[in-house]
Every structure is written in structure tokens, then in C-alpha cells.
Design a binder for this molecule. Structure first.
Ligand SMILES: [Zn+2]
Ligand SMILES: [Zn+2]
Length: 363
């Protein structure tokens, strides 16, 4: 079993390190396999968490396989983390040992810039620190994510969860949930509005559940006919097959808001045509090829094409509380960590309803 020791930087040389079992990739071409990482022992404002469940996000796969630039190895993915607090620093106020806790996509930011002051840490002007593959100022190396036994995170970035809902269903809320909740809230989606959710995967299924809970009239837009039954089960009021010209003609110019969760190349202009006057389409998926949109498709009907990245810490907590109150969890398939590589292959084929979650007791 390969061992990786993060090199402590001189400023924190006194820090003690916790040897932690994990799963990660040693290079872009090696599978996810067991390794040992070092976590810092809690500093005064740190919370140490035993990880119970960790969701599997497409970003994990893209990063582990270096499909996006800048992967640092070894890469331990995972940013949909739910667990139990095992130790706290002396200044920690929000948590005590034994509490449930959650960690999402970010574990640090500057807390000085305007975005951080507004609770938009994900847009930190000085660069937010991702839960994995981010610069770790304490170790001098890079951050390691949730495919591991434990994690140590600054209190401000640790979220509270209730024990009311199944923990495995809560884990994906930390990325898929907040990624869809934040734009729905920002653009004030609600009663009386017609909302289209484009793409029914990990993000799309949360988009449907959340938009329905906000009393919008929700249409699932998908190119897979077999997903109609699922879309209705998730609460969608309508289902439209995007490859069916007749159906598409009928819904042209009808939506107030479209949440575009598709990360494969697609024609934005085609879907902008579904918006009514002043409608907004928000992208949360990142297709590999830059898209071309003719300005006329925005000008005619005063339409907006926008983007949104996860959510800040206050909004992520608001989303978790909202989901607890409204009994919203992700649809998950719980897996043994030994099956993570197979899960990646299945995820690439869209063969998951709708999120894999690792049972960390299997590590
Ligand atoms: Zn994610
Ligand atoms: Zn900042």
C-alpha cells in the first residue's frame, strides 16, 4: 500500500499528523486504489470528522483522471461528505464530539474579500480552497477529499445536519443539491413559474425535486425516453423528449427559467428558444467545447444566459435546513469503496439512479 506523507511547511512544522486510510489516484491513468494520507490534528478552530458517507460526483472522475487541468497527485477525491465529529479545537463553538457534520466542495477561503464577506466563499477573489486538489496552507501540499476515513476542516466550513433524514441521501446535497438550489434561489424561482430542468442525472434529479418543492411548474427536458417514468416519480409535472420536434414546438417560448445541467456539448441557442420574454437559462454543467450563441437569440425576448457555481457556506447551510424541513434527499445507490472504479465506468454510461454514495465503513 503506497504511503504519501504531506510535507509540513515550516510555519506549521509543530503540527502533529494523523495517519488516515484513503482511496485515491496516483496518476491520471491509474485506478482509484488504497493509500495512506496525513491529516493535521485539529488546530483551535478545526473540527475532526469521521466520514460515514461520501457521494461520488462527476468532478471526482474528471479530476482523478486529469481531464481538467491542474490535478495534483496523489488525488483523493470526494466533496459530498457526511460524518460524525470525533475531536474539536479549543475555539470551536458550533460542534461537540459526537455531533453529525457535513463538508461540501470547499474547506477554506480568505474571509477578507467582498465575496467572502457576503457569504459567497465559492467566488473568493483570492481563490477558494477546494475540498480536494486545493492548496493546503497547513500542510504546504494539496487538500485531500472525502474518499477517506477522516477529515479535519476549519469550523466555518463545516455544516450542521439533522439526523432526521438518511445520511447517505444527504451526502449528495453537499454538491448536487447546492449546485441546483443556489440558482433556483438566486433567480427567485417559485409559484406561478414554468421551469425546465435540462438533463436528468445527479444534478438534474435534485433540480426537479427542489424546483417542485418551491411550487414551480416543472418540466423535465431529456433526450432519454426511459427517464419519463423517473421524472414523474421525482415530482416533475411534465416530461418533454428533446429529440421530438413536435413536442419541442409546443413548448417554444414557454419557460420563465431553465436549469441546464448538461455537461455534454449541446446547442444553447436551441434551448434559449424555449424561454419566454425575460426568461433566464442558467448553466451548471461544463461541456468540453466552448459554445457559440448568436446575440440575436438573447436580444429577441430580452433573454439571459447565466452560470452558477455551487453555493457559499451560509446558503449551503440554508439548503441543508430546507431539505431537512421538506424531506428532500438524493436518490442514491450505496457502494463499497472497493467498487469505486466500476462506479466511475457506470457513471460515464449514465448507469446510476442518481448518485453513487460510498459507505465509508467499507474502507
Ligand atoms: Zn461535485
Ligand atoms: Zn475571499
Amino acid at each position: 500500500m503506497p504511503t504519501t506523507t504531506a510535507q509540513p511547511n515550516p510555519a506549521t512544522a509543530a503540527t502533529k499528523w494523523l495517519s488516515t486510510k484513503a482511496y485515491g489516484a496516483q496518476s491520471a491513468t491509474t485506478p482509484i486504489a488504497p493509500l495512506t494520507i496525513e491529516r493535521r490534528t485539529p488546530r483551535p478552530d478545526d473540527v475532526q470528522i469521521d466520514i460515514l458517507y461520501c457521494g461520488v460526483c462527476h468532478s471526482d472522475l474528471h479530476t482523478a483522471r486529469s481531464e481538467w487541468p491542474g490535478t495534483l497527485y496523489p488525488c483523493v477525491p470526494g466533496h459530498e461528505i457526511v460524518g460524525r465529529v470525533t475531536a474539536i479545537g479549543t475555539d470551536v463553538k458550533k460542534f461537540k464530539v459526537g455531533d453529525l457534520a457535513a463538508v461540501g466542495c470547499l474547506v477554506d477561503s480568505c474571509y477578507k474579500c467582498d465575496n467572502c464577506k457576503e457569504g459567497l466563499e465559492q467566488y473568493c477573489s483570492n481563490g477558494m480552497v477546494g475540498t480536494y486538489n486545493g492548496p493546503d496552507k497547513y500542510s504546504g501540499g494539496h487538500t485531500f477529499g472525502g474518499y477517506s476515513k477522516q477529515i479535519v476542516v476549519r469550523e466555518e466550513f463545516v455544516l450542521t445536519i439533522s439526523g432526521k433524514l438518511p445520511l447517505e441521501g444527504i451526502a449528495p446535497l453537499l454538491c448536487a443539491g447546492i449546485t441546483t438550489y443556489s440558482p433556483l434561489r438566486h433567480w427567485k424561482v417559485g409559484k406561478g413559474q414554468k421551469v425546465g430542468i435540462l438533463g436528468l442525472g445527479g444534478l438534474g434529479h435534485m433540480g426537479v425535486k427542489l424546483a417542485v418543492s418551491m411550487d414551480a411548474e416543472v418540466t423535465m427536458l431529456s433526450h432519454t425516453p426511459s427517464k419519463e417514468k423517473d421524472a414523474k416519480k421525482l415530482g416533475a409535472h411534465h416530461f418533454v423528449l428533446t429529440s421530438d420536434e413536435e413536442q419541442m414546438k409546443k413548448i417554444a417560448g414557454s419557460f420563465d427559467f431553465i436549469l441546464d445541467t448538461v455537461s455534454a456539448d449541446h446547442d444553447y441557442s436551441f434551448y434559449l428558444g424555449l424561454l419566454r420574454t425575460s426568461g433566464v437559462m442558467v448553466c451548471v454543467g461544463v461541456p468540453p467545447t466552448p459554445a457559440t450563441v448568436h446575440a440575436i437569440n438573447l436580444i429577441l425576448g430580452r433573454k439571459s444566459l447565466a452560470g452558477s457555481l455551487i453555493g457559499g457556506i451560509p446558503e449551503t447551510q440554508e439548503m441543508l435546513d430546507y431539505c431537512a424541513k421538506n424531506n428532500i434527499v438524493s436518490e442514491v445507490e450505496v457502494i463499497n469503496i472497493k467498487d469505486i472504479n466500476e462506479a466511475y465506468e457506470r457513471m460515464l454510461k449514465g448507469d446510476v439512479r442518481y448518485r453513487f454514495v460510498i459507505d465509508m465503513a467499507t474502507l
